[in-house]
Design a protein around this ligand. Structure first.
Ligand code: ATR
Length: 300
């Protein structure tokens, strides 16, 4: 972490006038979340009298916390680890994406009830376009089959031709492939396959894929030397590589892809765009994405 600059501190300071609208992020732990500076920077940039606060919520206290947000007049909140499934269970209605993914990362408190959204999938789609890695017609290899992979596969299923999920525990990849094929509100255009995350399988796919997406934590700080891609297997030069990890920005996987001449992108784009989607749901205004990204970069 670099020390906060005065500018970054300025972003953190909300206006806090009488009519300030409140949103926040529920997590456990939550103190390392970059969402408060990211959203507060956006509010300040647009001159909105809104504030975004960290909300440390113990898992067993989620029902009281969500009811409390409603009682306190919050406009909404994000949910991060480990609360996304719990929020899904606590809302009155779910967006199609949240329903299919089986998790809600965004709460919108409306007069008609509690609405649960999942902005990770749309955030990933926006990040891919920004990185000039359009998924349309692609054969995408998704590494990992956890919660993040669910949002990624959902996002790809309506635009890619083939999505192959490779996971250390093959049964989880298979169950994700089956669940996503069933859960799509419209028939998925992609054929969704599953396999083991091993060298032999990756070597078999490496000449055919256009895009590789890492959803595992391999390479994340402090284990920065790790990579889901085998060191002795050349990364496909023609494929793009999107790593959801953003700490560090340049992971070992991205180094391997870059050395092969592939296009690369780190996970900051998805982080910013899932936030931008939530910002737009709550405020009904276009999110100042460049300002949000700069705020994240200042605190990361
Ligand atoms: P998230 O919700 O952030 O996606 P998760 O649900 O814990 O996190 O999922 C982590 C994913 O990374 C899983 O697919 C996990 O593989 P398993 O299903 O076999 O556990 C994968 N993963 C984590 N550590 C790994 C490692 N050392 N090697 C390979 N895969 C790993």
């Amino acid at each position: 972490m670099t020390p906060l600059t005065l500018d970054a501190l300025d972003w953190l300071r909300p206006n806090l006038l009488g009519g300030t609208k409140l949103v926040g992020v529920m997590g456990w732990p939550v103190e390392h979340s970059v969402s408060p500076p990211m959203h507060n920077a956006a509010f300040r940039h647009l001159g909105l009298d809104w504030a975004y606060v960290p909300l440390p919520v113990r898992p067993q206290e989620m029902p009281e916390a969500v009811a409390g947000l409603r009682a306190l007049g919050f406009v909404g909140a994000n949910a991060t680890v480990p609360h996304k499934r719990m929020l899904y269970d606590l809302v009155d209605a779910l967006s199609p994406a949240a329903r299919a993914i089986g998790a809600a990362n965004t709460l919108h408190i409306r007069p008609e009830g509690l609405l649960g959204h999942n902005t990770d999938a749309a955030g990933f789609q926006r990040a891919l376009r920004e990185a000039d890695m359009p998924p349309e017609g692609s054969h995408t290899l998704v590494l990992g089959a956890g919660g993040a992979a669910r949002a990624v596969v959902y996002a790809l299923a309506s635009s890619a031709t083939t999505v192959t999920i490779l996971n250390r525990t093959v049964a989880k990849a298979e169950s994700l492939a089956n669940a996503m094929a069933d859960a799509m509100s419209a028939p998925a255009s992609a054929s969704i396959e599953a396999g083991p995350l091993d060298r032999e399988t990756m070597a078999r796919y490496s000449s055919r894929v256009n895009l590789v997406v890492n959803t595992t934590p391999l390479g994340m700080w402090p284990h920065v030397e790790c990579s889901p891609w085998p060191a002795d297997l050349p990364f496909p030069r023609e494929a793009g590589c999107y790593d959801l990890v953003y700490n560090p920005r340049r992971t070992q996987l991205l180094r391997q892809a870059e050395a092969a001449g592939a296009a690369i992108s780190d996970g900051l784009g998805m982080l910013v765009h899932q936030g931008a989607e939530a910002f737009e749901l709550w405020t009904q205004q276009s999110a100042p994405v460049a300002v949000m990204r700069a705020a994240c970069e200042a605190v990361l």
